[in-house]
Ligand binder design. Structure first.
Ligand SMILES: Cc1cc2nc3c(=O)[nH]c(=O)nc-3n(C[C@H](O)[C@H](O)[C@H](O)COP(=O)(O)OP(=O)(O)OC[C@H]3O[C@@H](n4cnc5c(N)ncnc54)[C@H](O)[C@@H]3O)c2cc1C
Length: 502
């Protein structure tokens, strides 16, 4: 049997381009050549700092040493996301990673909590999550385990530009060819597939498969193939962000903060060398100048650069894989970073690509299956984000009033009703957000179940109180020995192996 060969050309060298290049360099068979074209003149989007725990699987698969990664990207740990003011001013809750409570018998914790809340026996959810307790007390350990709470999952904050550079070194060391050039178009094969991309100085870079990582412009997937875009602005009308880094303060929190503002929300992401900040807003309700003024008035320390505006349209490409082009990253679609999902969408597109890596032939059935799954993933995340906005109680504020009046996607309306009626949450297996994630946001946004599984009623009140107390104690015991976040980052970076050890 002859060895399969394929020339894969990656267009763009942002986070998406270099994550794709690094993964292909690590896993593609020997006959595959990987070329990445990027333009220093055009540059990258330059934001994107918060992730979810799945990123660790990506780094692990590439044998990336955690210390080397964290040191190179000036990263920090992330135990969850705090939502300040999303229900109403002064209110705060957390979508913390990891378990909240534990099941009793075979029944999820939420039923016992719902009954406990209704009968005045249970405390707010924060008391039953080791992640949240650690986050709010500024503690972090990479190997935390506690009685009855198996692990404290975590993600990272990092400088995405430095991550791309880190992965570039990784990929180039494993044979990826980088071409610095600005692309001006593409040429087609007889069957309509892309045959080559053309540089503005008339060079042609040929390939059999192209990964479009060119960012919002979608150089191949849209400008060349006219794939089309499904616009979700009617559900998620925020269409612009202003971003600015500021000097770090002593408050080195191991979590992302999202604070509701009059027509959007503000992120705060602490890194080792700076805090990343941004204001996501809707221009129907507030001007860019006003949004910038709000952002600049709400920084922890002095700004380190001028604020920068980034316009966007929420939605997804109608086909993420079209002909011999796969869109990865911002070229595939955009969902605002409320739940830190964009880098994850890059990761899952790459994982899916590796699973169905084309040989000589691209099978239409495989492409259709890929697109179906990618579309479902975007839609699940979209629904989760809409929930945060819709379930607000910020009455009298025009933007938030409009969000409360949204006509919800059927899939989300059903999920909310299931929770409100009988405390059920049933995400399918391939959904990114687990029932615990949904539970925290549904409950955090003030939705209260009218009833719960009757099995939760079998336990006498004293037994339920004891159970809830033991869960709370387990969270306290898990967090007690954990060092402070700042010390944990220093220890992990200090133990870094050389970057290219893998
Ligand atoms: C406001 C905002 C906040 C975000 N926050 C987060 C977050 O907290 N967490 C998260 O996971 N994600 C976040 N993201 C998303 C994240 O920034 C992106 O998913 C990630 O950076 C990937 O970008 P990219 O590589 O697709 O595109 P880009 O970074 O735009 O890179 C595009 C690449 O294509 C190249 N290119 C373009 N045109 C040409 C051409 N003609 N010729 C040659 N090269 C070309 C460019 O030079 C560049 O290298 C955020 C995005 C925005 C807009």
């Amino acid at each position: 049997m002859t060895e399969p060969t394929m020339r894969i050309v990656i267009v763009g060298g942002g986070t998406a381009g270099w994550m794709t290049a690094a993964a292909l360099a690590r896993f593609a068979p020997p006959g595959y050549t990987i070329t990445l074209v990027e333009s220093d003149a055009i540059g990258t989007v330059g934001v994107g700092e918060a992730t979810i725990p799945a990123i660790r699987q990506f780094n692990d698969a590439l044998d990336i040493d955690e210390g080397a990664f964290l040191a190179a990207t000036k990263g920090s740990f992330k135990l969850g996301i705090e939502f300040q003011g999303w229900l109403q001013d002064g209110h705060s809750y957390m979508h913390a990673f990891g378990p909240v409570g534990r099941q009793l018998g075979l029944l999820p914790f939420r039923h016992f909590w719902a009954r406990g809340r209704a009968q005045g026996l249970a405390k707010p959810l924060a008391h039953y999550s080791a992640n949240e307790l650690a986050a709010r007390t500024g503690r972090m350990a990479t190997d935390a385990k506690g009685p009855g709470i198996p692990e404290v999952p975590y993600a990272y904050h990092f400088d995405a530009g430095l991550y791309a550079q880190f992965l570039r070194r990784y990929a180039e060391a494993r044979g990826v060819i980088r071409i610095e050039a600005t692309l001006a178009g593409a040429s087609r094969a007889d069957n309509g597939d892309i045959a080559a991309v053309q540089t503005d100085d008339c060079r042609a870079i040929e390939g059999e498969f192209f990964v479009d990582c060119s960012g919002f412009r979608g150089l191949l997937i849209e400008q060349e193939l006219h794939t089309g875009y499904e616009d979700w602005s009617h559900w998620l009308p925020c269409n612009r962000a202003v971003a600015v880094p500021c000097e770090p303060t002593g408050n080195f929190t191991p979590y992302t903060r999202s604070t509701a503002r009059s027509a959007g929300w503000q992120w705060r992401i602490p890194l080792q060398h700076r805090i990343g900040n941004g204001h996501v807003f809707c221009t129907d309700f507030i001007s860019e100048d006003e949004a910038t003024a709000i952002l600049m008035a709400n920084l922890d320390g002095p700004a380190l650069a001028d604020p920068r505006a980034i316009p966007f349209v929420t939605g997804r490409r109608k086909q993420i894989w079209n002909r011999n082009v796969l869109a990865v990253g911002l070229s595939s679609g955009f969902l605002e970073p409320l739940e830190s999902t964009s880098i994850h969408l890059i990761q899952s597109a790459i994982t899916r690509l590796l699973t169905v890596l084309p040989g000589q032939q691209i099978e239409p059935a495989v492409v259709a299956g890929f697109n179906r799954r990618a579309a479902a993933e975007f839609e699940h995340i979209r629904d989760f984000i809409i929930l945060h906005y819709w379930a607000n109680q910020r009455e009298g504020q025009p933007f938030w009033d409009r969000m409360r009046a949204l006509e919800l996607p059927e899939s989300l309306a059903q999920r909310i009703e299931e929770f409100r009626s009988v405390c059920q949450i049933q995400p399918s297996q391939d959904e990114l957000f687990t029932e615990v994630a949904w539970f925290q946001v549904l409950a955090g946004q003030g939705l209260t179940p009218r009833s719960w599984n009757p099995i939760a009623d079998r336990y006498p009140a004293e037994e339920l109180t004891r159970f809830l107390g033991s869960v709370e104690q387990a969270a306290i015991e898990t967090v007690r020995p954990m060092p402070m976040h700042i010390d944990c980052v220093a220890a992990v970076c200090g133990a870094a192996k050389t970057e290219m050890a893998a």
